[in-house]
Design a protein around this ligand. Structure first.
Ligand code: KG4
Ligand code: ZN
Length: 337
């Protein structure tokens, strides 16, 4: 059997990444150059700076991946690249590099949706089974996606305002935690108790999410305490915010599980690293659905990397998904398109 090798490039936000995957899920190389230390200074990702650093790093990570896998470009069957969504300037760097490789070495080019990558990261843990329900929780996304089959995506619900990771990062800023705040809130929350009641925004469509009201509720709480010159325990506020956010995610997830009875349920994206969310799924959601296999990826698979784009790219390759050299970045790329 031919060993299909896909080289993938991911540059949608602040990680410049390249990976090489063989036969869908054998990771031969996985290189990530993170820019987090630079953006930390500004308290968030500065798009212009991100694009510039991607330009500096992209050829280095591609070269490093080939060295790690002990391969040359001649051994590669196709190039997969994140088309979107993400920061437009950042996406363009990865796409230009992918097009250049595809052109110079006569390789097929495969456009990949970033969220499809996050979902397929779970295939590195367990063989995916369909129908599959995915809860995608990242810095840019909060989505419940139903996959009736291998390469079909139906978005059941999405956020009407902030993404869950964005809410974590904004609350992190209010609590004067380093950027990105998600992991720091997680750690702080483990030392506190969820004693404060915060707003739980409602949406017209029960499957859609809203987090901006919750974030404002934290902000208002802090301003109120400061105005009254009262003190509060930041760990308790972090725990209250985290619990409310997870409750919202779980309420919607339970509805989607009850309505669709999938064979598999997976969590994806950077916020899947959250210890409270992982615990809630393991102890509360999974036991309610004994016929559904629940997969929570290891931490390294949760945040942005190119192995996930290579896995999704391998499936897309088999399904005949191709792009020509007119391929361009799409900051608002739709999963169902
Ligand atoms: O998937 P990802 O690496 O990038 C995007 O595609 O957005 O997700 C990054 C997001 C950030 O908002 C970060 O704060 C959040 O994931 N995050 C966490 C945790 N670790 C990362 N949020 C909550 N708890 C964590 N442990
Ligand atoms: Zn991501």
């Amino acid at each position: 059997m031919k060993q299909v090798k896909i080289l993938a490039i991911e540059s949608s936000c602040d990680e410049t990444a390249t990976a090489i995957v063989q036969n869908d899920t054998e990771v031969l190389a996985n290189v990530v150059a993170t820019q987090i230390d630079v953006h930390k200074r500004y308290g968030g990702v500065v798009p212009e700076v991100a694009s510039r650093i991607h330009v500096e790093n992209i050829s280095v990570v591609i070269q490093e991946a080939l060295v790690q896998a002990n391969l040359t470009m001649e051994d590669i069957d196709a190039i997969a690249v994140t088309k979107g969504p993400g920061l437009i300037g950042s996406l363009h760097v990865g796409i230009q590099a992918a097009k250049t490789l595809a052109w110079a070495f006569h390789k097929p080019l495969i456009p990949v949706h970033h969220i499809a990558g996050h979902i397929y990261a779970n295939a590195l843990v367990k063989k995916l089974e369909f129908p599959l329900l995915a809860l995608v929780v990242s810095g840019g996304h909060t989505e419940l996606v139903l996959m009736k089959d291998e390469w079909s995506f139906e978005v059941l619900g999405t956020t009407q305002d902030d993404a869950i990771g964005e809410a974590f990062d904004k609350v992190g800023r209010v609590l004067r935690l380093p950027y990105p705040g998600g992991v720091y809130i997680d750690r702080l929350a483990s030392k506190g108790k969820p004693i404060y009641t915060l707003a739980k925004p409602k949406t017209e469509d029960a499957m859609n999410f809203s987090f901006s009201g919750l974030k404002s509720s934290v902000l208002q709480f802090v301003s109120r305490m400061e105005r009254k010159q009262e003190t509060f325990e930041p760990a308790d506020l972090a725990a209250s915010f985290q619990k409310t956010a997870i409750d919202i995610l779980m309420e919607h997830t339970l509805l989607a599980l009850q309505a669709n009875h999938p064979k598999m349920f997976v969590v994806a994206g950077g916020v899947a690293a959250n210890s409270g969310l992982r615990k809630q799924i393991t102890e509360f959601v999974a036991p309610k659905f004994p016929d559904t296999v629940c997969v929570i990826p290891p931490l390294a698979c949760c945040t942005d990397n190119a192995a996930m784009i290579a896995v999704a790219g391998s499936v897309a390759y088999r399904h005949g998904v191709r792009a020509d050299f007119s391929l361009t970045a799409d900051a608002g790329y739709e999963l169902e398109s």
